[in-house]
Design a protein around this ligand. Structure first.
Ligand SMILES: [Zn+2]
Ligand SMILES: [Zn+2]
Length: 199
């Protein structure tokens, strides 16, 4: 379905928190990339974290003029806790994952692939890292951003150690690269894909 996604659009994208995964003296530190996408009245947070400081994350949000209660939608790129545990920071938001929308106590089953959050924001089913992975596409004035865990960062890793079947991840990466001009990966800053990008 991505073929009919607009190459430019009205969304704006801002990385609120660039994720990481690193070993330190006191253990393994894992922070999710947390991304804000806005399109008209639709205000989306992709992957609310784990982060080291929830208050610092919310300060980033309010710093760009968005109150936590104004977030209309939260997207889980997949079900790992490092990307999901902070969803309740945004009390008014509907939650989206690979197979449903969660609104209060309503569980609304649907397929994610092709699901539109706004005219310039769409979900793509991109299994690989896990079977439940989805990518959030946002068409901006400068091109299409893809918020996705198909890459942890610009370097990949080429073979995802979590992926049950690397060939499925490879197919999803190809699908994303066919439409995206900027990748916002699961644990790092945004990057522009090039020939060195693992596929
Ligand atoms: Zn994960
Ligand atoms: Zn992750």
């Amino acid at each position: 379905m991505a073929g009919d996604f607009p190459a430019t659009g009205s969304a704006t994208v801002r990385v609120l928190h660039a994720g990481y995964a690193r070993e330190e003296g006191d253990g393994e530190h894992v922070g999710s990339t947390v991304t804000l996408i806005q399109d008209g009245n639709v205000v989306v947070v992709v992957d609310p974290g784990m982060v080291s400081s929830r208050s610092a994350l919310l300060a980033e949000l309010t710093g760009v003029g968005v109150q936590p209660g104004q977030v209309t939608d939260v997207v889980f790129s997949h079900h790992h806790p490092d990307h999901t545990v902070n969803a309740a920071l945004f009390p008014a938001a509907r939650i989206h994952d690979h197979w449903a929308v969660y609104d209060g106590d309503l569980w609304i089953s649907r397929e994610a692939d092709g699901y539109e959050l706004s005219p310039s924001i769409r979900l793509l089913a991109t299994p690989g890292h896990t079977p439940e992975d989805i990518t959030t596409l946002a068409a901006t004035a400068e091109g299409v951003y893809a918020c996705t865990h198909a890459w942890w960062g610009a370097a990949g890793p080429p073979d995802d150690p979590f992926a049950p079947d690397q060939s499925i991840l490879t197919a999803s990466r190809a699908r994303i690269l066919a439409v995206a001009t900027v990748i916002v990966p699961g644990h790092g800053p945004a990057f522009t894909p090039d020939d060195s990008t693992p596929r």
